[in-house]
Design a protein around this ligand. Sequence first.
Ligand code: CP3
Length: 353
Amino acid sequence: MTLRNDRLLKALLGEQVDVTPVWMMRQAGRYLPEYRNTRKQAGDFLSLCKSPQLACEVTMQPLRRYPFDAAILFSDILTIPDAMGQGLYFSEGEGPKFRNVIRTAADVEQLPEVNIADELSYVTDAVSVIRKELNGSVPLIGFSGSPWTLATYMIEGGGSKDFRIAKQFMYDNPEAMHLLLDKLASAVTDYLNAQILAGAQAVQIFDTWGGILSSRAYQNFSLVYMNKIITNLKKENEGRQVPVILFTKNGGQWLESIADSGCQAVGLDWTTEIGDARSRIGDRVALQGNMDPSILYASPAVIREEVATILQSFGQGNGHVFNLGHGITPEVNPDNVAHFVEAVHELSQPYHN
Ligand code: CP3
């Protein structure tokens, strides 16, 4: 099937585009009243993820409102630990929690291998349903968490402010930690390949918590496992390259080694100046980002000004995918998203002559 808007796929590969493509992390989410309605209909967040029809519905919702250049699969990174038997649940206002946690080397050894086709078919089914619904309008992005980020949730038993338990486990039991990360890397590889085969046209690895590590620990406990995953991903499907975006939040100081991971694009949070990032890594890989999500609380004029500044900082040429530096927050006024997307498309034109 031909893709009517393939700006995202081209920009991820550094190819010529007419305007800078734009999408938003968490573009399907609680800032949209229609999302909150569908979640209510599903009962809770996890039931929403596990219903391919409803996951498709919420994936499409932002695209009906705004001319985004990509859809992102609606799911969660914690589906893998859930499939490993950890018993994921979401308690209102508290974020994700696990009934079973990993606290010893024996826990890691007993962790089962995930059979994606059995345990996570609801995700690949959602990918197929969404592709059908998109009908060639824009590409679909699949995703997974990084092994390190998944491991933090599995060990802590949920989110954390200081990652005390996960870090203690890493320092006290490095071998068990490596075994856990290895098991996760293999599950993530199978998971992303299954999403690609089902129709994901690009994939993003979310290393949300890589940035809490020391440089050495980041290399040894996060980046090496992402390298390994990227090496083993299916490179092409449906006659097109499947680009990989690697997003390490707070990874700005390691951009050079992230760019060497084999990914096609590096996701930037808002703490790095995108023009500096580009001069450091050149056009070796594309850059995705990186407006502070909080700018969306400001007025349309301020949003437009910030978009203009980021476009100017990146400068002339291709290889930029516009995004926020992290997910959109629930309190944002949906009208401001329309101003954001419009500003990117309008103001980026002169940079692509
Ligand atoms: O970007 C998209 O639109 C796709 C959907 C998506 C969700 N989670 C939906 C979601 C994606 C890509 C994720 C990834 C994810 N999940 C990450 C990595 C990205 C990041 O934000 O750093 C992480 C760390 C998780 C784990 C997770 N899931 C947390 C910490 C929470 C609670 C967050 C909060 O703000 O309450 C979730 C729940 C979640 N995942 C929601 C959504 C829309 C909110 C759930 C709800 O509707 O109540």
